[in-house]
Design a protein around this ligand. Sequence first.
Ligand SMILES: [Zn+2]
Length: 91
Amino acid sequence: MPTKNLTRTQERAYLKTRGLKCPCCRSENLEPLSNDSDDDWHTQNVMCHDCLAEWTDLYTMKGILDLQVSFPDERKDQSDAAVPNHDDPAR
Ligand SMILES: [Zn+2]
């Protein structure tokens, strides 16, 4: 199947649907296929059952919200462990 790039406007319209409508035929008959991820991104391959288009949704890790812990006091002395090291020269 040939690869087609969406225009920026088409991509924005697709993102507005939160990825719930096919960018080619607007069908909602979509199926998530395989997915992949690395440090700060996640991809989800998607297929449209109506026009058989396939594409990859790209997600970016932006942060963390609403951390809930079962034992809040247990790791008090390791509180720095949860803080990412932004000075890591490898990044
Ligand atoms: Zn479609």
